[in-house]
Design a protein around this ligand. Structure first.
Ligand SMILES: Cc1ncc(COP(=O)(O)O)c(C=O)c1O
Length: 361
């Protein structure tokens, strides 16, 4: 068996320890006589898995009691629609567009109701955050939507830039949730598809302040109503049980890494060495994002000579570095260095990049 360093944007690397534990428990979960995949979601075994996962997540993120944690399905993409369905309540909402994902969220919300673009950095190719004087907020908005880490463009909103605007803040944290501590109380709703820093695809996390529950019109499908899901403990219908189980193992692994503070220290060092390699390559590699908002999770970069792209990809793969091809909309390369990619993996990438630049520069 040979596992290689995996820089996939998602579904992405999972901690090896978690995979090994899942393997050990696959056939017989802790004496239950069956796999987690085969047990009733309403039985006491699975209920204990769900409760433990929620308790560990609350502890890791410091989620206050007035927030509900929902384990949903449909991906972050479903949330693009479910959020306006639940929160608009006949009003308008504001969207700040800083990359492909917030642009998609804004576009989808337009199908549901009245939404405004409060700022966009598209004219700058999504390489920076909007300046304060470019943001036009509606003080009566039902909510303000942001994507705190743009997975494709590699733009991350630093925590200190998250200001209170007087309206509930809704954040797509899909690609950097759990990568560092976050002050949950600044947000009305946080959501994330699981397949980057949480666990396997098929699970979507929603953390929502209880004041935002119960606003949905009765015309929306029951399964889309946050309040109904909250009342039913995410079990109105069958939840994605195996994905929740793996997420629970990831939460316990995170606690063993020193929680989100411990994770942030490693993530900062990983990002530092990779950006340093790019910036010190004499223009061989470049990352176009404003240094104030470079993502510590998704690092896009281009080679000055695009004719070398194919060789870079083939040789990196041969060197045991997987999934470095950039998103088709921006081209070049992208290294996603989520929690489960250790410093040694990023060091291996940096060593390869330095060597490749030396040989081809
Ligand atoms: C920031 C962000 N939002 C939303 C999505 C869409 O997620 P899903 O595929 O779970 O619907 C992604 C997927 O990569 C993402 O990175």
């Amino acid at each position: 068996m040979s596992r290689i360093w995996n820089f996939s944007a998602g579904p992405a690397a999972l901690p090896e320890e978690v995979l090994r534990q899942a393997q050990e428990e696959l056939l017989d979960w802790r004496g239950a006589g069956c796999s987690v995949m085969e047990m009733s979601h309403r039985g006491k075994e699975f209920m204990s898995i769900l409760e433990q996962a929620e308790a560990d997540l609350r502890e890791l993120m410091g989620i206050p009691e007035q927030y509900k944690v929902l384990f949903l399905q449909g991906g972050a993409t479903q949330q693009f629609a479910q959020i306006p369905m639940n929160l608009l309540a006949g009003r308008s909402a504001d969207y700040i567009v800083t990359g492909s994902w917030s642009k998609k969220a804004f576009k989808e919300a337009q199908r549901i109701g009245n939404v405004r673009c409060a700022a966009t950095t598209e004219a700058s190719n999504f390489t920076r955050l909007p300046f304060a004087n470019e943001i036009q907020l509606d003080p009566f908005a039902a909510y303000l939507h942001v994507c705190t880490n743009e997975t494709i463009h590699g733009v991350e909103i630093p925590a200190q830039r998250i200001a209170d605007t007087g309206v509930p803040l809704v954040a797509d944290m899909s690609s950097h949730i759990l990568s560092r501590p976050v002050n949950v109380e600044k947000f009305g709703l946080i959501y994330a598809g699981a397949q980057k820093n949480i666990g396997p695809s098929g699970l979507t996390l929603v953390i929502v302040h209880r004041d935002l529950l119960g606003m949905a019109p009765l015309t929306i499908p029951t399964v889309m109503d946050y309040a109904v899901m909250a009342e039913n403990g995410s079990m109105l219908n069958t939840p994605p049980t195996y994905a929740i189980y793996i997420a629970g193992l990831v939460f316990q692994w995170l606690k063993r890494q020193g929680g989100l503070e411990g994770m942030a220290a490693v993530n900062d060092e990983k990002a530092r060495i990779l950006y340093e390699c790019i910036d010190q390559s004499g223009g061989f590699y470049t990352n176009p994002v404003d240094p104030d908002c470079r993502s510590a999770m998704n690092v896009p970069f281009v080679l000055a000579n695009a004719e070398l792209d194919a060789a870079f990809l083939a040789e990196s793969k041969a060197a045991g570095l997987l999934s470095l091809k950039g998103h088709k909309s921006v081209g070049g390369m992208r290294a996603s260095i989520y929690n489960a990619v250790p410093l040694a993996g990023v060091q291996a990438l940096v060593d390869f990049m330095n060597d490749f630049a030396k040989r081809n520069g």
